[in-house]
Design a protein around this ligand. Structure first.
Ligand code: AMP
Ligand code: MN
Ligand code: MN
Ligand code: MN
Length: 290
């Protein structure tokens, strides 16, 4: 399978902080020409069977997925797992532990927002949470737009909910080694998500890539909705340097909010090994059209 395959291996549904159901994301991906799709909700695999079933009905190849929140060097880093068994007990338990504490964090975020005059944020955010166990900053961002505090979610993530601004509550997520192990034990491949987003120093970034590899991580997102085209080149070079395969995905959350729509990104650089070459046995092939 070549790097020209139209793959979208990173996106979200109402099971985490997306606004479309798993079935609606499947329909949209298929309608936009995606040939190999993975739904990667944050810290949750509850949408996997629904996503796989709709992909099969549409005739689209599917890889199971998840995006795990990790704390590395005091920073939140996301690790995508592809081709996981969503029923693996160790993975399911690890994700449940990672989700724990989101509600408490949300209440503290709302207290901080109330202190700057924004009331009702916990209840308001919860109304946007399709999955009450996965209350996310994205849901708060939608409430801040609804309440008129900000014009759009971009403004929210400049004025609120980030380090140093009201509504930011630091949180300890999973450890890097744990996340990679849960993914590997569940038969999947671990992928560093959108590395340009972390704003690490060169030393910290080197440490992330080295430790990820030492733990058994195999791939890195090169082409993603969270990278500029200049950043595609930076992370293509790091993939080569570390001998990692390359992944791609829009990180689509909502028709109204996302930088990149499903299936809209350019192909991976041709000399890199696409992550799906490592996952041939894990792809759920759509039944051939009648
Ligand atoms: P959480 O896991 O609750 O900390 O929320 C993280 C989510 O917030 C990410 O998955 C994104 O969906 C969203 N997010 C974070 N930063 C930004 C940003 N600058 N612009 C838009 N959405 C963001
Ligand atoms: Mn998100
Ligand atoms: Mn992410
Ligand atoms: Mn994501």
């Amino acid at each position: 399978m070549s790097s020209l395959l139209r793959a979208d291996l990173h996106c979200h549904s109402t099971i985490s902080d997306g606004t479309l159901t798993p079935e609606q994301v499947a329909e949209r991906a298929h309608g936009r020409g995606v040939q190999l799709w993975a739904l990667t909700d944050h810290d949750e695999v509850g949408g996997q069977h629904r996503a796989a079933a709709r992909a099969a009905a549409l005739g689209m190849d599917y890889l199971t997925g998840v995006e795990i929140s990790v704390t590395f060097a005091d920073t939140t880093v996301h690790i995508v797992g592809l081709g996981i068994d969503p029923d693996d007990a160790r993975l399911v338990a690890g994700l449940a532990a990672t989700r724990g504490g989101r509600d408490e964090r949300g209440r503290e975020m709302a207290e901080q927002l109330a202190a700057v005059g924004i009331r009702g944020a916990y209840e308001g955010a919860m109304r946007y949470a399709g999955n009450p166990q996965l209350l996310s900053r994205t849901h708060f961002a939608r409430y801040l737009v609804e309440s008129g505090a900000c014009r759009d979610t971009g403004e929210v993530f400049r004025k609120y909910l980030i380090e140093g601004k009201p509504g930011f509550v630091p949180h300890r997520w999973a450890r890097l080694g744990e996340a990679v192990r849960w993914i590997s034990e569940a038969g999947g491949t671990a992928v560093i998500a959108h590395p340009a987003r972390y704003r690490f120093s060169a030393n910290e970034e080197y440490a992330l890539f080295s430790e990820f590899k030492a733990h058994g991580g195999k791939a890195v997102e090169v082409v993603t909705g969270s990278h500029t085209s200049a950043e595609y080149l930076v992370y293509a070079a790091l993939a080569r340097e570390f001998g990692l395969a390359a992944s791609t995905g829009s990180d689509f959350h909502s028709p109204a909010e996302s930088h990149a729509d499903l299936g809209s990104l350019p192909p991976l650089p041709a000399d890199l090994t696409p992550v799906w070459c490592l996952l041939q046995q894990r792809i759920r092939r759509a039944p051939a059209a009648a």
